[in-house]
Design a protein around this ligand. Sequence first.
Ligand SMILES: Nc1ncnc2c1ncn2[C@@H]1O[C@H](COP(=O)(O)OP(=O)(O)O)[C@@H](O)[C@H]1O
Ligand SMILES: [Mg+2]
Length: 449
Amino acid sequence: MAKNRIKYVCSNCGHEELRWMGKCPSCDSWNSFTEELVEEKKSSKKKYSGEPSFTKLNAEAHQSEERIKTNIEEFDRVLGGGLMPGSIVLLGGDPGIGKSTLVMQAAAKIDGDVLYITGEESVNQINLRAKRLKIHSTRISVMTETDLDIILNAIEKNAPDVVIVDSIQTTYKTDFNNAPGTITQIRECTAELMQLAKKKNSAIIIVGHVTKEGAIAGPKVLEHIVDTVLQFEGEKSYSYRILRAQKNRFGSTNEIGIFEMHDDGLKEVKNPSEIFLSEREKEITGSVVTSSMEGTRPILLEVQALVTPSSYGNPQRVATGFDYRRLSILLAVLEKRANMRLSAQNVFLNIAGGIRIDEPAVDLAVCCAIASNFSNKFAQNDMVVIGEVGLGGEVRSVSNIEKRIQEAAKLGFKKVVIPANNYKAAKVKSSTEIIPIDNILTALKTIIK
Ligand SMILES: Nc1ncnc2c1ncn2[C@@H]1O[C@H](COP(=O)(O)OP(=O)(O)O)[C@@H](O)[C@H]1O
Ligand SMILES: [Mg+2]
């Protein structure tokens, strides 16, 4: 007879312990352990002695790589060209960010039959959303179901091209005594969907909620099982939403898709630079435009800095959309190499538009924005500043310099500051004026007037 015992599972990473712990020893998250029942199975110690079967590795003998296009350009690019039949995509994101909206809009444009399974909304609610999003596709079948066995049966019988499961947290298997949304349920349900996807050659999109508290299972547990992990993110106060690939067996993880949320759904943002710069105030100190590569696309962004004297002993350093530690390093470089007395100043840094960047190529712009506001002088406003800053105050070369310059020229910028080494390595031709710079001091003299 099966004996039930209790184990504790970290809802963030799936680590298991026999007793409850405050902090997960595997992923260091706090208060993430939840109690789950384990049903022990008698293990059979029989050895397998059948004939093993091999095939020779053959690069030519692969199945066609035909993808199912969602026909939403931003979505397809992040997927690496579209959905791969027989694969599973996990779409994660905070509640309310727009996951259901995105999959619904994709469902409407996919060339193929789509089965939309939801455990979160009623058919009426789905129809209302479809009306709001102006979707009139006849190829979408809707099913409100949370029982995995019924879902698997529906996929098995209909073999749709694309299946959407919204969301994995509401789906459960009756064989397990654990509640829907627990690690065991999520892992088992995903594994079974995966097997069926491979068998039926359907592409399955699984929607998963992620909360910072880790109350509901984070995607870490599923990352190993699924083929692609997409994260849909954005600041609640902005209408921009960014789709990123965190893992992709069929494409690059560098690409991002940018959307804007409207009343009638998500709109693709095809010229992000224009939008991110649209509210830029030109006559303002502490504002510098730079270029960040997001996948294969350069995006122009405004870096804003505010430097104010600190009346307390400990000056504040706040970075929005930029790595805090990187900011500390750049402040130290400015202090030491450019002789700026920033240790008694509060420094606030913001990347306008609610986007997050973590590319060293924006270092120089960050330094210039801080120096500009600190010295109360304007940085040249018809200029894009590109370069990584080293600890010695040297300006280091960056990747994809030509694409970045092209984007700056396209948006009408007259001058582009680039690392001197990039200038030497690639004889860049452009209608805009190129200013090569090799260290932070010359940069500040050239850019800040
Ligand atoms: N009736 C509505 N009118 C306008 N916008 C709405 C409406 N309902 C939802 N939204 C927008 O859609 C978002 C929720 O999208 P949804 O796809 O349901 O999120 P998720 O599935 O990620 O929880 C809301 O944050 C809101 O911006
Ligand atoms: Mg939803």
